[in-house]
Design a protein around this ligand. Structure first.
Ligand code: TXA
Ligand code: MG
Length: 317
């Protein structure tokens, strides 16, 4: 039988050269970050960026995050402000994305930022992606490496399962340390958190000395019928359940739930970081086991628990 995972590459110097060459030619690569695996391509190239949208089946209106190695590089593309520098100093490289005003003469493909006047940027913290970024003369546009609307991948096998052999290379960087996507903060006006993540509003507030709230608008349901699911294993899901229906997959947290063959405990020790790391892995496992329904217990809404609950809410819509 043909090895369906043969496009997963071990990370070493000769493969690093191969990857760099391939990215320079306009190729797309499955790449590990500290949050989730991404699908990386040259952010300056219209053709490459269009390929990202195509392979992910991503609506062109949903802009991409541009990943950088150095501030000097970012300065060519975005207008930086005081708050940005404070947060950069504290958290970067790390799991935080900033939405900034785009510079008029930026070389970033207009498709990557969906023709907006803003751009989302991030400095990822994983030794593999840092080595790659250091060796290429352009930043990388990197969405999570999953089909649009689905569950983000947290291992190279997940990426291969998403795109099969459509990707020539997926770099093996093991399991992602965090397991949920970066916190997205809008710095183009009054600071807003557009997507919660490992770096909480509380931690951000401590750096800039204001109380930060989650953006209310992003939670607003404009037209329920038009709501698109996100981060979703595409299985009906009920949240805040005390017990599970018969034959449902039951996602639990902590020690208070009886273990059965249908329970999937995110963290027996009630550790929210561990739960975050296990969430998408668990969704994928449950999907592979062909469950028809999922029940989830209540997850504490503090720290990264806020991000877990945000993803659960989107997945359950
Ligand atoms: O952790 C992460 O951020 C991962 C890894 C691979 O870096 N990437 C990721 O990318 O989650 P993606 O494409 O799956 O999510 C990007 C999010 C989307 O919600 C998108 O709408 C938002 O960032 N975004 C991008 N550009 C934006 C902009 N100019 N204004 C507001 N939101 C933006
Ligand atoms: Mg995504």
């Amino acid at each position: 039988m043909k090895n369906i995972y043969s496009n997963i590459l071990k990370f070493n110097n000769s493969n690093l050269k191969k990857i760099v060459k391939y990215l320079k030619k306009g190729g797309l690569v499955g790449i590990p970050t500290e949050t989730v695996y991404g699908l990386a391509g040259n952010a300056y190239s219209d053709t490459t960026v269009k390929k990202i949208y195509q392979i992910k089946k991503r609506p062109s209106k949903n802009p991409l995050i541009i990943h950088y190695y150095s501030l000097a590089e970012l300065e060519k593309d975005a207008i930086l402000n005081k708050i940005f520098f404070k947060l950069y100093k504290k958290f970067c490289p790390g799991p935080i994305t900033f939405v900034l005003r785009k510079k008029h003469f930026s070389n970033i493909s207009v498709h990557a930022s969906s023709k907006l006047k803003t751009i989302a940027v991030r400095f990822p913290d994983h030794f593999i992606i840092k080595k790659i970024l250091k060796k290429i003369p352009f930043p990388l546009a990197i969405p999570s490496a999953n089909k649009s609307g689905g569950v983000s991948p947290t291992s190279p096998i997940d990426v291969a399962d998403e795109f099969k052999k459509k990707l020539k290379f997926i770099i093996n960087g093991g399991s992602c340390k965090i397991g949920l996507e970066s916190t997205v903060v809008d710095l183009t006006g009054k600071l807003k958190i557009l997507r919660p993540g490992y770096i909480s509003g509380k931690k951000i507030g401590q750096v800039i000395h204001v109380k930060v709230k989650l953006n209310k608008n992003s939670k607003k349901i404009k037209s329920p019928g038009m709501l698109k699911k996100h981060y979703s294993p595409d299985i009906p899901m009920k949240l805040n359940q005390k017990k599970s229906g018969k034959d449902n997959a039951f996602i639990t947290f902590g020690k208070n739930y009886k273990k059965t063959r249908h329970t999937f405990n995110l963290s027996k020790k009630s550790n929210l970081n561990e739960a975050a790391k296990n969430l998408y892995k668990t969704f994928r496992k449950i999907k592979k086991m062909k469950y028809k329904k999922i029940s989830v217990v209540k997850i504490p809404n503090r720290g990264i628990g806020i991000a877990i609950n945000d993803r659960l809410k989107h997945a359950a819509r």
